[in-house]
Design a protein around this ligand. Sequence first.
Ligand code: SF4
Ligand code: SF4
Length: 320
Amino acid sequence: MLKDLLDKKQCFKLVCGAGNEDAEEVERLVTIYSKAGCPFFDVCAKPEIVDAAKRGLERAGIKEDRYLCVSVGIDGDPHITKAVIDQDKCVKCGKCKSICPHDAIIELDKYKVKKARCLGCTQCAKQCPKQAIEMVTQLQDYKEILPTLVAKGLDCIEFHAITEDELDVDDKWQQIMDHFDGMLCISIDRSALGDIKLKERVERMLSKRKPYTTIIQADGIAMSGSNDEFGTTLQSVATAQLFQNADMPAYIMMSGGTNTKSTELAKMCGVRPNCLAVGSYARKIIKDYLVMDDLFENEQAMNEAVKIAKNLIDTSLENM
Ligand code: SF4
Ligand code: SF4
């Protein structure tokens, strides 16, 4: 069970991307990482993406100890924003295309964002010399989407509580609890709240839950983990340390800027998370394999990708 993995501090979660609506890529990611031993998968809150993840699990051929989670966002959460290019301002310099870590920008007669692949990382908008890129939030109606998702047979729902709006957080948290009685996850970082408010919010959310039915996803800097350095993972360790010291009745997961150095750094700092979640870095290290037309038929390529993924998982779990 998922709880057993968390109790044993032997849980690794692959983050396919809360905004990743590319069903084919999600299927490939889940296949590779499941074959590599990853037990826990976090996907975008769309029924067709949950189906894609399930196809990946089927392909990997391992049915036991594999758990699916969907991530739902809220107004203010960067994970549910998409880049939109204003063609009147764009001067076609191509900077956005070359910087996008998820190959979400294409050049045809003009530069366009492939919405399904945009993860909302904002790197393109920050680099655009003409401020031609706007980040637009894609809100979902919880009452509409939650029953459909829950009917898919989920193991966890992750709520991105990254906003200053306390009332909106409480309202959405209650709606999730009304629809789902399994494991919940609170994804939170320090970007919008100071440490005191951050702890108060999580304590309030946990007060509505039974002990250890919730994971606190201690995020560092969202979608920043493309390099394998201690620096990118530092904030995640700091957030996890804050919650570990607060001794709340919940599991702690590190995420946001995570890589192979994350649990090593955590160990040096005396932080012992129950789970490590890796997104950007986990996707980047197998990027070349994800785009291969014949990946599922090419045994050698699949084995190479699985070996790379396994190294990340094993290295991470060794230090937990
Ligand atoms: S960086 Fe800005 S100006 Fe350059 S191609 Fe992209 S949207 Fe256009
Ligand atoms: S750089 Fe980030 S925000 Fe921009 S298109 Fe790519 S994934 Fe989306």
